[in-house]
Design a protein around this ligand. Structure first.
Ligand code: HEM
Ligand code: FPP
Length: 303
């Protein structure tokens, strides 16, 4: 007899480490970093207590959305090698604990943001959690290969939330930071999806390489990288950021496009021969860390 994830009751209560793993800490570290940079790049000085509270609320909210994602996808995660060892599919936690943790933490994060910071940033935080947990995870991901293009918007909100937390409004610059992550997400994810294609195919998830094929995915990666580059240098061209940012954004994006073109021209079908794809995925993470760090240096350190 097989027992489904929803019926399974672990013998031992889940550990603190399992709850931490439920928040997808490695991915969310970059999410929180972009929020922090969005906040620090905003005009004016940041009150340390307010700034810390806002970042804490974003980190808790992002973690909650990761927990809700894993609660909903427990059965799916059990089918993929990359995710099978997560607390729910591995049987170290029951589904209801994950759901309570996600809903509790998410509600707390939004209330904290609203009561201690402002309700505009609280509303955008609540919308981001909803967008990742419901719109992306429950609705788009199992239905369309455009899932990460539209759903990726959830991960693009954090710098905008950071900006709104300290200024109380949203101007063109945070919208450009949103757009930068929005166009960055497809190359980030599809590079990875190319070399773990079989996992998604096995789980029945319609990711682009599974549905449209590898050649179409490679073309899309190049296309989105070019649009991302235009958005990355836009703050400089529009005089919203200085020359240090402009030069760094151009150089970092040039390398991104070069790596994307190598992916675009690669004809490998076996994961072992997909070195350009692995390099682009790794570089995409470095790119976003570096670009956002330089944005802050340019805004706050350069005279
Ligand atoms: C819909 C949008 C996105 C999808 C589908 C996606 C998908 C993935 C997947 C499948 C991984 C593999 C590793 C893992 O499971 O931990 C990964 C890694 C990663 N992603 Fe994304 N991602 C998205 C958006 C983002 C965003 C917005 C950020 C940050 C701003 C981000 C940052 C990272 C980082 C830092 C890693 C490396 C984690 C590690 O070292 O384990 N991702 N992403
Ligand atoms: C402030 C706030 C709420 C931020 C949310 C940030 C956000 C949307 C991050 C998404 C990144 C992520 C873990 C994607 C994984 O996709 P997946 O869930 O398809 O990957 P999986 O197969 O590893 O579960």
């Amino acid at each position: 007899m097989t027992i489904s994830v929803s019926e399974y009751q672990p013998a031992m209560p889940a550990s603190a480490g399992d709850f931490f793993a439920l928040t997808k800490p490695r991915v969310m570290s970059l999410v929180v970093f972009t929020a922090l940079c969005g906040m620090l790049a905003a005009p004016g000085s940041v009150d340390p207590v307010l700034g810390f509270t806002a970042i804490l609320a974003i980190a808790l909210g992002a973690g909650a959305s990761g927990a809700l994602n894993q609660w909903y996808e427990a059965g799916l995660d059990a089918k993929m090698k990359r995710t099978a060892q997560r607390p729910l599919p591995a049987g170290r936690m029951d589904k209801s604990s994950a759901l309570h943790f996600g809903v509790g933490l998410g509600s707390f994060s939004v209330l904290l943001m609203g009561l201690a910071v402002n309700w505009l940033s609280a509303a955008i935080l609540a919308f981001s959690i909803f967008f990742y947990a419901v719109v992306y995870t429950m609705w788009l991901k199992p239905r369309t290969p455009q899932n990460i293009v539209i759903g990726g918007a959830a991960g693009a909100f954090p710098p905008l939330i950071g900006w709104a937390a300290v200024t109380g409004d949203v101007t063109l610059m945070p919208v450009l930071l949103f757009a930068l992550i929005f166009f960055w997400t497809p190359p980030h994810f599809w590079a990875l999806a190319l070399f773990i294609n079989s996992d998604y195919a096995k789980a029945g998830i319609p990711m682009l390489p599974v549905v449209a094929g590898q050649a179409a995915t490679r073309r899309q990666i190049v296309l989105y990288s070019l649009v991302m580059t235009a958005v990355a240098i836009a703050p400089w061209l529009l005089d919203l950021a200085g020359a240090l940012y402009g030069v760094a954004a151009s150089a970092l994006s040039l390398v991104f496009v070069a790596l994307a073109i190598r992916v675009g021209t690669n004809r490998a079908t076996e994961p072992a021969a997909m070195r350009p794809e692995k390099r682009l995925f790794a570089y995409s993470i470095f790119y976003l860390f570096a670009l956002f760090a330089i944005l802050v240096v340019d805004a706050k350190v350069v005279p």
